[in-house]
Ligand binder design. Structure first.
Ligand code: F6P
Length: 548
């Protein structure tokens, strides 16, 4: 296992960065009239414009060389073939199998045809969703289900929630889907207040069926059901589960036929395509869920087969590495200009930061380079009136991905044209900035005195030369949303491959869980806390005092 710093392309990129440091992006456009056309790539209904980057042909060919040296092609083939690329857990990583083409019927992994299991689960989901939508599924008083509450956290929550929200225009009227995740009692209490136990069904989504937040909320939901007219015998009419731990779900009161399987070879943050996506399928119907899978599959095929230099996830991945490792960018922003996609940055944040927030190479050696960036963002244009100030004039370099549909689901008045104009103007402003001379002239034109010009102009200077990608699609459909999320999944893998880390485990979250249990025990007992640090002791005291 080699550190990426040992690749010859890495060394060449470090030297090349010195040449590029004084190069302005606008001069790259002037030097190459074909730049906009050249630095554009298409896949699965998406167009990526990556012309507004601090990169020229040499940069891109060195970045491709880096991807090649890191064994990108083999890594991609390894993932698609079911190799145990999650080496610390000795597991395959096969979210791509969940959306494989119907034309493929076999994918043998460790002696099992995983596609047979995937298809059987999809059939089970079809029946379940149809029963809910036709009203055939009835609650304990014979009424049809009107509300479904999905209870889960992390990967068993964010992906489905974000996709269900992204597909709002496709929602079926008959059933409302709600999501509960946090162990903060205010989350579930707020939801339950709106619901009728006779017509509410809970879907408990937990791969392990052992996650504190999910089990606490599932128990709270069952208590609410039992104390509002339901009985233990009727729990199975109002509770279903998605889990790889069937026994625990049965012990909870779930009927076996209402338990949907999960597999070791799907990581939580990559699981929305499995039965973890059941709330999405209930919200928008199985037809749209299949389209979502198909969109993701189109992106998978592109990722698997396209040459690296035309490959969207690879282009975005290597450009990210360029900024993180050669320009010291600490963060990366995602800014969708689409109201329904407003929560997408949170899903990609989880996907990327849980995957690439690592400090060890696959062989356990410490990394020598920075790895995953801080992913953040939110909907445009709202962010323009909040954090875009820092993007334009702050001291940090923040590469941005702008994401926008060309047409709107709600084309009222001039809204969409303004929305789209703002999206383009932000990437333009980041690149071109404003010089001191321009700022001075602007003030003079507005009638400012010389003194005012001297005082204000420096504050109006915007350095520019800040990079961004723009991703466009015709419309936010189930297929385009599926392709978009798959694109980011693969981008994460591309970067993890270059850094030589395992993007598919998450050992870092375990310590907090263990300590959380220990502190919980101290909060509810009279234990001797003197061995703890003084700060934690004082905080425990404060909590205990407030309970009396
Ligand atoms: O936060 C750690 C984690 O294990 C995630 O990877 C996972 O998606 C989440 O907790 C929930 O786990 P489960 O689906 O087992 O409840």
């Amino acid at each position: 296992m080699r550190s990426p710093t040992e690749f010859s392309a890495w060394k060449k990129l470090a030297e090349h960065q010195q040449e590029m440091i004084s190069v302005d992006m606008t001069s790259l456009f002037q030097a190459d009239p074909k730049r906009a056309d050249k630095y554009q790539a298409q896949a699965a209904g998406w167009t990526l414009d990556y012309a507004k980057n601090r990169a020229n042909d040499t940069t891109l060919s060195l970045l491709t060389e880096l991807a090649n040296e890191a064994g990108m092609k083999n890594a991609i083939d390894g993932m698609f073939s079911g190799a145990h690329i999650n080496n610390t857990e000795d597991r395959s990583v096969l979210h791509v199998a969940l959306r494989a083409s119907q034309a493929q019927d076999t994918l043998m992994v460790d002696g099992v045809n995983v596609l047979a299991e995937v298809r059987a689960t999809l059939k089970q989901m079809e029946q379940f969703v149809a029963q809910l939508h036709t009203g055939e599924w009835q609650g304990y008083t014979g009424k049809a289900i009107t509300d479904v509450v999905s209870i889960g956290i992390g990967g068993s929550y964010l992906g489905p929630k974000v996709v269900a929200e992204a597909l709002t225009p496709y929602k079926k009227d008959s059933i409302k889907v709600h999501f509960v995740a946090n162990i903060d009692g205010s989350d579930i209490t707020g939801k339950l207040k709106q619901l009728n136990p006779e017509t509410t069904l809970f879907v408990i989504s937990s791969k392990t069926f052992g996650t504190l937040e999910t089990l606490s909320n599932a128990n709270a939901a069952r208590d609410w059901f039992l104390s509002n007219g339901g009985s233990q015998d009727n729990v199975s009419k109002h509770f279903a589960a998605v889990s790889s731990n069937v026994k625990k779900a049965v012990d909870f009161g779930m009927a076996k036929e209402n338990i949907f399987p999960m597999w070791d070879w799907v990581g939580g943050r990559y699981s929305l395509w499995s039965a973890i996506g059941l709330p999405v399928a209930i919200a928008v119907g199985m037809d749209n869920f299949y389209e979502l899978l198909d969109g993701a599959h189109q992106m998978d095929e592109h990722f698997r087969t396209a040459p690296l230099e035309e490959n969207l996830p690879v282009i975005m991945g290597v450009l990210g590495v360029w900024y993180i490792n050669f320009h010291n960018a600490q963060t990366h922003a995602l800014i969708p200009y689409d109201h329904y996609l407003r929560a997408m940055p949170a899903h990609i944040q989880q996907l990327d930061m849980e995957s690439n927030g690592k400090a060890n190479l696959l062989n356990g050696d410490a990394v020598e380079t920075d790895t995953g960036p801080i992913i953040w963002g939110g909907a445009g244009t709202n962010g323009q009136h909040a954090y875009h100030q820092l993007l334009h004039q702050g001291t940090r370099l923040v590469p941005v991905d702008f994401i926008a549909p060309l047409t709107s689901h709600n084309p009222i008045a001039e809204h969409h044209t303004h929305l789209f104009a703002n999206c383009l103007s932000q990437s333009q402003a980041l690149m071109v900035g404003k010089t001191l001379e321009q700022a001075q002239q602007e003030l003079k034109d507005a009638g400012a005195t010389d003194e005012q010009v001297a005082k204000i102009a420096p504050h109006k200077v915007i350095k520019g030369n800040r990079p961004s990608n723009t991703l466009l699609t015709d419309k936010m459909t189930p297929a385009s949303v599926g392709a978009l999320i798959a694109l980011y999944e693969h981008r994460t893998f591309v970067q993890g491959t270059i850094w030589g880390i395992n993007s598919f485990d998450q050992w870092g979250v375990e310590l907090g869980k263990v300590l959380g249990t220990d502190i919980y025990n101290r909060l509810v007992s009279n234990s001797d806390n003197s061995a703890l640090d003084a700060s934690t002791q004082a905080l425990i005291k404060a909590f205990k005092k407030a309970q009396h």
